[in-house]
Ligand binder design. Structure first.
Ligand code: UT7
Length: 333
């Protein structure tokens, strides 16, 4: 016998976004001594002037709930209307249960599907791609996609290659049904042969079982090869995402890349030959690299400051540990 299949909405779009920026502002001056660096070096090499590091109260769950409440209010939705919660994070320190289930409960939702995904800095774009398919495929009607990180917990403050980059924050988006196409096809993939370039330096079990006390595991990055890969290989992926959306660089309104490094943002815009008319997200200057949270936070800022308008097209592109990447054109809520 033939089984029934789910029927979804004709199209999906991002209905709203919301962000949470931790209260503690950390200027470059506060971290330079431990890494024998300078404010000027950090600004020129990364474009970062300050970042936010979470206080003990600003947990992954707390920040995610705050960002989600903002997105729910902006969408005019009640928590019970969410039927799937996807959380992209690498810094929820408990192996199980998923933080998505805890967030769903704290928000007062009505027992939605809830799970975490591990796609590092590209996690939010992976979540948007999945949410788009869930809504159109009939598996869910309103999906809450969260990117949240407390990278300060996994940062070695004496590591010159990472201490000035990584930061904390949360961003959320709600994907729901739409009359018009609002999320174009995703271009995504992995390059696992380069897995060593960004990694946790030692696994928790090895650390916990070490005969001699070891320093807590942290994120290690071979920055320069990642920088070159992101600046060149990712430009091709961005152009492919534009092509699959049927949008030319001239027609694009906003470019919201993962906020990894201001020089990567500029290099990508240059390689893709984006015209001057395209608004470029530059949230990294005051937020640092918040991994999975960086795109929703940057998009929220563009909307709040009036630099992105509802109905604009925005190219999202994210890349990170794995190495993995994902890019898609979306319509700004
Ligand atoms: O979010 C996930 C994906 N991550 C990324 O996309 C990050 C990608 N990588 C980067 O953003 C950059 O590689 C960094 C910002 C991390 C580093 O910039 P870079 O231009 O690649 O610098 P580098 O590592 O090639 O080092 C250049 C010089 C070296 O000195 P010499 O050999 O030229 O004399 C380093 O020793 O800068 C020195 N250096 C520093 N100096 C002051 C390295 N780190 C520092 C530091 N302060 N913190």
């Amino acid at each position: 016998m033939a089984l029934r299949e789910a029927a979804g909405a004709p199209h999906a779009r991002i209905l709203a976004v919301g962000g949470y920026r931790p209260s503690r502002v950390v200027p470059n001056s506060e971290i330079v001594d431990a890494i024998d660096s300078s404010d000027e070096w950090i600004r020129t090499r990364s474009g970062i002037t300050e970042r936010r590091w979470a206080t003990p109260e600003e947990t992954v769950q707390m920040m995610a709930v705050a960002a989600s409440r903002k997105a729910l209010a902006a969408a005019g939705l009640e928590p019970e209307q969410i039927d799937c919660v996807i959380v992209a994070t690498v810094s929820h320190m408990l192996q199980t249960p998923s933080v998505a289930a805890l967030i769903a409960d704290e928000l007062g939702t009505d027992h939605p599907a809830a799970f975490d995904i591990s796609a590092a800095c590209a996690g939010f774009c992976h979540g948007i791609a999945m949410a788009n398919d869930f809504v159109r495929g009939g598996s869910a009607r309103h999906v809450l996609v969260i990117g949240v990180e407390r990278l300060s917990d996994l940062t070695n403050l004496h590591d010159r290659g990472t201490a000035f980059i990584f930061a904390d924050g949360a961003g959320a988006a709600i994907v729901g049904p739409s009359d018009e196409p609002g999320i174009a096809p995703v271009v995504w993939g992995s390059a696992g042969e380069q897995a060593d370039l960004i990694r946790q330096n030692v696994d928790w079990l090895t650390w916990g079982n070490a005969a001699e006390p070891m320093e807590q595991p942290y994120l290690a990055m071979d920055g320069n090869p990642v920088f070159r890969w992101a600046s060149f290989a990712m430009a091709k992926i961005g152009l492919e995402a534009l092509d699959r959306a049927g949008v030319t660089p001239e027609e694009l309104d906003c470019f919201v890349p993962h906020q990894a490094n201001m020089r990567i943002v500029d290099a990508l815009a240059r390689s893709m030959k984006l015209p001057e008319s395209v608004t470029i997200a530059r949230d990294i200057a005051t937020m640092g690299n918040t991994s999975a949270a960086s795109i929703p936070l940057a998009l929220e800022r563009l909307i709040e400051e009036g630099d992105a308008k509802s109905g604009d097209t925005a190219l999202l592109i994210a890349f990170g540990a794995g190495l993995v990447y994902a890019a898609q054109v979306v319509v700004v809520p």
